[in-house]
Design a protein around this ligand. Structure first.
Ligand SMILES: Cc1cc2nc3c(=O)[nH]c(=O)nc-3n(C[C@H](O)[C@H](O)[C@H](O)COP(=O)(O)OP(=O)(O)OC[C@H]3O[C@@H](n4cnc5c(N)ncnc54)[C@H](O)[C@@H]3O)c2cc1C
Length: 489
């Protein structure tokens, strides 16, 4: 039996991010990954939203991604309604065009550097859990034994199915073919709508290459899509296959929309596509998975380290399930808005007009970018439960910014008032105290200006656990809730 504290099934974006977070906390974690290497089907995610760039920045690795992609206003609603976020109060007031096939190797390199082992060409087949741990059956022989198993194994998650966690939602109503192809004729570039649905052809990187997305007549299909099906779908929409010569790859996706009813069953947790699937409209799946991982990582580490009771893990479901549900909801709205008849065109026209106005644009763009996420951590300062802004601060070691203080993924009490106002020693082994000064205002995306607190307790995921004055009796309560009971003197 091979022993580890945590086994992660699946080394896609979610599993990799979680592995990195656990490794930073010193947890013995292993990834079990079916693929032989990090190569990924080129049909998947096309970029990162602002909050994902921020969480990578919180770990000091954003630059590696930014230099590989192209920072731009990527956000759209129902494909065509553009949402500009350049006026948002964040250093990353843009998205990043970067294919998943480029994103994964960069993240995998970071995880490797942190020393996380990956069992490649190896599948999780099932598991059995007891009071003390989980036995994980894997395809390469001897089982693994862990304290916790996390299913980051995608939409068809074996972990979710073996745990008997229901995946509830909506069957697909539409199916799309997506391909990268070479054509002898010059195709019509741009969107086209007809009685079948919305279709698009755009240029791809590479001489004469195009990327095609076609709505299919039928929803149900068996087997992988073929070049003949691509040809037929092109003819059905454009009346010609544009001299289709070759396809580098062809894939298919639908608008199936489902969410796990629970993100935890005992010692087994779910994150990313294993916990929620939805159509790619708005480009949110990878982003939400990475952010699930950042929410779960430090909590699981503290439970494994016995800093916090197991009940801390329930806050993962409580905080992330509503975020996932909101993504499912907005993708359903986007699919509906994409329908091709005149009545839906009228609805699109109205939505385009509405989202051209400042307040609605900010609301919806805040949601799509992930910048408006607000965990319900109780009453108090408006920052509580929201993401900590990346303020410029002056510390005894010189000028820095808040995200730089989060690189090691440790909890942080940032004292921006008079130094020495609080005795942190009962938590000093877990929570870092930084005394600093900040000149200037505090502005949050969507919400706007908020009062400057004199101190902020920041969780490793960058969300504010408490904000206020150091004399507030809520502060020791928040410390104990999030980072374990006070150590005796
Ligand atoms: C056409 C399309 C376009 C998309 N565009 C975007 C976009 O623009 N933006 C965005 O954010 N998202 C987008 N997505 C969604 C995004 O690709 C997924 O949400 C993302 O890959 C989820 O990451 P994950 O790690 O949770 O799951 P996955 O990427 O599915 O990774 C799961 C991993 O687990 C492995 N695995 C599976 N089963 C087992 C097993 N039993 N044992 C061991 N390993 C296993 C797999 O090999 C894989 O590596 C798009 C998806 C599609 C289909």
């Amino acid at each position: 039996m091979r022993l580890h504290a945590v086994v992660i099934a699946g080394g896609g974006p979610t599993g990799l991010m979680l592995a990195g977070e656990l490794a930073l906390a010193g947890i013995d974690v292993v990834i079990v990954e079916r693929r032989a290497d990090q190569a990924v089907d080129a049909s998947r995610a096309g970029g990162l939203h602002s909050r994902t760039i921020e969480v990578l920045d919180q770990r000091g690795i954003a630059e590696q991604f930014l230099s590989a992609g192209q920072a731009m206003q990527v956000q759209g609603f129902a494909q065509e309604i553009r949402l500009d976020i350049s006026d948002f109060p964040t250093r990353h007031n843009y998205g990043l065009a970067l294919w998943q096939s480029e994103f994964e190797p960069i993240l995998a390199r970071w995880v490797d550097e942190l020393g996380v082992p990956t069992l490649r060409s190896c599948e999780v087949l099932g598991f059995a859990q007891d009071d003390d741990g989980v036995d994980v059956d894997v395809s390469d022989g001897e089982p693994l034994r862990a304290e916790y198993l996390v299913g980051c194994d995608g939409g068809r998650s074996v972990v979710r199915k073996s745990a008997g966690i229901d995946f509830v939602g909506w069957d697909p109503s539409t199916s799309w073919l997506i391909a990268e192809a070479e054509m002898d004729d010059e195709p019509e570039i741009g969107f086209r709508r007809d009685s079948i649905g919305t279709h698009a052809i755009g240029r791809a990187a590479g001489e004469g290459l195009v990327r095609v997305v076609l709505t299919e007549r039928e929803v149900e299909h068996t087997g992988d899509p073929s070049i003949d099906e691509l040809r037929e779908a092109l003819v059905a929409v454009y009346g010609t296959d544009h001299g289709l010569r070759h396809a580098n790859w062809i894939s298919r996706f639908t608008d199936m929309t489902r969410q796990a009813v629970s993100y935890r069953r005992g010692r087994v947790l779910l994150a990313g596509d294993a916990a929620h699937v939805h159509p790619p409209q708005g480009g949110q799946g990878l982003n939400v998975g990475v952010q699930d991982a950042v929410n779960l990582g430090w909590k699981l580490a503290q439970v494994v380290n016995q800093t916090s009771p197991e009940s801390l893990l329930d806050t993962y479901h409580a905080e992330r399930h509503p975020v996932g549900a909101r993504v499912l909801h907005n993708t359903m709205a986007q699919v509906a808005l994409g329908r091709s008849d005149d009545r839906h065109q009228a609805l699109r026209d109205l939505m385009t007009e509405l989202l051209g106005m400042d307040e609605p644009r900010r609301r919806i763009a805040g949601m799509m970018s992930g910048l408006d996420v607000h965990y319900d951590l109780g009453e108090g300062h408006p920052l509580r439960g929201r993401r900590m802004p990346d303020l410029d601060v002056l510390t005894a070691d010189g000028p820095t910014r808040v995200f730089a203080l989060l690189h090691d993924a440790r909890p942080l009490l940032l004292d921006l008032g008079e130094p020495g106002g609080f005795d942190l020693s009962p938590w000093a082994d877990r929570v870092r105290l930084v005394e600093a000064k900040h000149e200037g205002g505090w502005e949050l995306p969507v919400l706007g200006e908020v009062d400057a607190p004199s101190a902020v307790l920041i969780r490793p995921d960058g969300h504010v656990a408490w904000a206020g004055d150091l004399t507030d009796p809520e502060l020791p309560r928040a410390l104990a809730t999030w980072f374990g009971p006070a150590a005796s003197p």
